[in-house]
Every structure is written in structure tokens, then in C-alpha cells.
Design a protein. Structure first.
Lengths: 276, 276
């Protein structure tokens, strides 16, 4: 296949295929590169870091199988995505799609910047940044997959749907469609983890517009263990609020900063193999 | 009038009236205290500061007349507020009302905190923190009085209406009612300034629930020159986007921080007398 590299990230490369059966589509190649930090000259792998410090053989193949599992699951449920096919251990063919961004409307002003993309978070339970922002809420209260949109730029900034519409980045109909899409996918992902005795606390998805055809809004980027926060031992009451939060949730408040963690949270490395 | 002090702030004291015609109501006494800073041992008044550095004789009376003007204007338009009467140069009688707060749901967790109040911002044009947060927008684009809610605590934090509902702080019906109320008041305030050749860029209101009776949600706290940002020379196109933004708006970007100001903005001190 002739092709050109159009994006190179820490976890994958994206190529445009220029000939053959999949001409015009994108090929994702999942990498073995792993992020982390150096300690005493030795690489320590840690997905919480952004610097590539080495390789973990087979990492790309595992990520590809995990993503393939979920894209096929979405297909079975009739959910649109950019997924077309998985063609080798670590290679996937997808429809070209564009992020939900817009150029800066007045680039002549210092500090003006394009909207690079929108990220949609959804939450089954109130933890993480939701509790840190709204600490009057009981930890792990059921918040019914509430969807929040974040502008991606130098930093991630919350934007209300009303403001998003006013900026011209999305129409109200596109926003409503996107929120429903995120909630449907969230439901499927939650239920799939549930079938393995795991509970999804929250997650984040990137949506995009298909580059060709009807330019439909679909989920782009793969569903990976890094886009969901998962726990074990979820014990909901009849309203879906977890009842063991007093034993599970640990918060702290120091120097004006709140932290929150859940003892029963399961690390990505410990649940990635569940679907392989 | 017998009464007890229930709140003492920088700009006013609030007393509960315990006898007489207005028994059970609150009396607001607007103060002459003024905030600012000290320079070479001399007080410099500046409403941007939070420390009281001296008094400006007549300041309380002017604030009281300004607020009275707008509460009466709202009354004429049938908009509910806590306002009852103005009984002297610097004294107002109001219905007792409670802020839109809720106690911390799980106070046993370190860092948990009550929701003290909600503040509602509304914007005719994209400037201030809206542009700083969403710098892909053209400065002073018409954003149709878009309303955003902010939780008041250690810091002001944006909360979407969907999240607000999920926290249990307000019902969806209360949120919809509040947004419409804020927009109606914004329209009246904008139009009143417009009649004096001034344009309101944006503003913020605090709402509350009346303490007695039907516990209706009303505007509480007074409309003061500090809750609106005002300019002169607004020149909208047919869509309401200001056309002179290239001459008026000045932005900067340094060390990751954006600033934005509008040359035609009018300081509070320079428009407070317009309605007296």
C-alpha cells in the first residue's frame, strides 16, 4: 500500500492510504512506545506521563485488539464510528474524519487560537474532577452519565452547550445529537465492563465529522483503557449511588487543592486483558 | 425599629427587622466604605480591590439610588425581586431570601464544602473571561445573552446546567426558570443603558429563594455598577456583532495568560450618575 504519514502520536501513527482497496482511507498503526519517567537512569513506565521512555513489546497489538473489540461492539449496536477493519495485529483501517474544531475567527488578535477539538466526558458517578469542582456532592453519587464538553487547546476548558452553540462551533442539533451519541456509547461500554464484574466510573470520547459523504458526527480515536476509569466492587443502591463510598473514596484538601481517589479503582494495565 | 445585624459586608449591612410595619423583613444599609489600596501611606480608592481603605461620603446613598432605580424598573416590567421599598437616602427594605446554595452532602470527607451560592453571568458580547476561555471566537461577537452558572465557594467554578441538575442543587424546572429570569432582566438592563447611549457588554446576577411564602426564585442582591460591564460607541451589524472591535478591543498573550480589554469601556464611576 502506498501511503503518506499524516499524524504521528505517542501511541500510534496515522497514514493516508493512496492506492489499493482502501485508497483514501486512513491506516492506524498502534505503537509499542510507552510513556513514563527515568529513575536512576532506568525507564519507569507510567501512562500518567507524556514522555516516551521506551518500548513494551506487544503493547501496540494489545491496544489494537482492545479498540477492535469495542468498535465491533459499537457496530453490533448500530453506533456510527470511523472504524472499517482490523488488518493485522496492530493495524486498523478507518474512515478519514475531522475533529470538531474551528479556526480562530480573528487570528489578528494576540492570544486568539483555533479550537483544535472537543472532548466529551461522561460520568456514571461523581468522582475525579467533578467532585473536585463541586465538592458539595457526595462522592460516587449517580450522576446519570452527565455529559460535559471541553475545548482542547493549550488547556482543556469546560464549555456549556449554550456557549458552544453561541461560539458557532456546533449547531444545537449537532450538540443534541452528540450528547445522545456519547450517552449511548457510554451505556454500551458500561454494560460491557459490567459483564466482566467491572464498573466504569467515567470516561471521555472524542467525536469528529466524517471527511467525506454525509459528514456525520461519529466517535473517532479508539476506545482505549486510558479513556475510562474503572472500579471493582460497585454496590449501588436503588438510585445507582454507590453505597461503599465511605470505605472506598479517599479525599484530601491541602493548599487549596482537592484530591480524590477510589481505593477500588482498577489500573488500566489490570483490566486491558479482560477483553482480549 | 428593633432589629438584629445578620450580615455585614464591604458595601452594606443587612439587618432583620423585628418589630413595626416591616417586622420580619430585611433592612439594607448602604455604606460609604470604599475599597482600594495604600500608596505612600495614602488611600487610593479602586473597586477592583477587596480591602476597605476609607470612606467616600455619599457613596452609600448613590449606590442605594442606583439600585432603587433598577428595582423599580424591574417592578414596572413585572419581574420578581426581593425589593420592597426605599426608606431613606441609603436604606432599602427587602424580602428575606436565601441564596441558591446547598450544604455539603458528605461533610465527613476532607475538602467537601457547601455550595454557598450560584452566580449567573450573561453576555451580550464575547469579551472578558468568555474570550479568554474560548479565544477562537471573534471579540465582541453577539452571543445573545448566553447565561452561564458559577458555583461560589473558595473560587468561582463554571457548572453546566446538566451538571447542576445532577448535583441536586436545582431542578431542571428551576434552572429553566432562572435562565429565563436572568435573560429578561438582562434585556431590561441592556435596554435601559441603551436609552442613555450606553451598551452593556455583560453582567452577573445572584438569584435566591424567597424565605417565606411560595419560596419563588427572584433576583437578590442589588443591581449595582459593579455587576455590569458597559461601553460607549457600540456599533452592531445586522446580527448584533460589534463592528468596531478592531479599533476597540486589545488582547495580549503572555506566559500562557490571555488578557482582553475594550478601549470604549466606561468605568463604573463614570456611568453611576447617569441614572440618578
Amino acid at each position: 500500500m502506498e501511503e503518506k504519514l499524516i499524524y504521528s502520536g505517542k501511541s500510534k501513527n496515522v497514514y493516508e492510504i493512496t492506492s489499493g482497496r482502501y485508497s483514501g482511507k486512513y491506516r492506524l498503526v498502534f505503537k509499542d512506545d510507552a510513556t513514563g519517567y527515568f529513575e536512576n537512569g532506568k525507564a519507569v513506565f507510567d501512562p500518567g506521563y507524556d514522555t516516551v521512555v521506551g518500548q513494551i513489546p506487544g503493547k501496540g497489538a494489545i491496544a489494537c485488539r482492545f479498540a477492535t473489540h469495542f468498535f465491533k461492539l459499537l457496530q453490533e449496536h448500530g453506533i456510527p464510528s470511523h472504524y472499517i477493519d482490523t488488518v493485522s495485529d496492530n493495524e486498523m483501517i478507518v474512515e478519514p474524519a475531522l475533529p470538531l474544531g474551528i479556526p480562530a475567527d480573528s487570528p489578528e488578535f494576540p492570544g486568539s487560537a483555533p479550537l483544535q477539538n472537543l472532548e466529551f466526558t461522561w460520568r456514571n458517578n461523581a468522582t475525579g474532577s467533578f467532585w473536585r469542582r463541586y465538592p458539595f456532592v457526595r462522592p460516587c453519587r449517580n450522576i446519570h452519565k452527565v455529559v460535559e464538553a471541553w475545548t482542547k487547546g493549550d488547556t482543556d476548558i469546560l464549555i456549556t452547550f449554550e456557549a458552544l452553540e453561541e461560539t458557532g462551533a456546533m449547531t444545537r442539533a449537532e450538540i443534541d445529537y452528540s450528547v445522545e451519541l456519547v450517552k449511548k456509547i457510554a451505556e454500551i461500554v458500561t454494560s460491557e465492563f459490567g459483564s466482566k464484574g467491572l464498573h466504569v466510573l467515567d470516561g471521555k470520547f472524542e467525536l469528529g465529522r466524517l471527511k467525506y459523504g454525509d459528514r456525520k458526527i461519529v466517535i473517532i480515536d479508539e476506545i482505549s483503557p486510558d479513556v475510562v476509569r474503572v472500579c471493582r466492587g460497585y454496590a449501588p443502591d436503588k438510585d445507582g449511588n454507590c453505597t461503599i463510598y465511605k470505605d472506598c473514596t479517599v479525599t484530601n484538601f491541602a493548599e487549596g487543592k482537592r484530591t480524590i481517589k477510589n481505593r477500588n479503582q482498577v489500573k488500566a494495565a489490570d483490566f486491558i486483558s479482560v477483553f482480549l
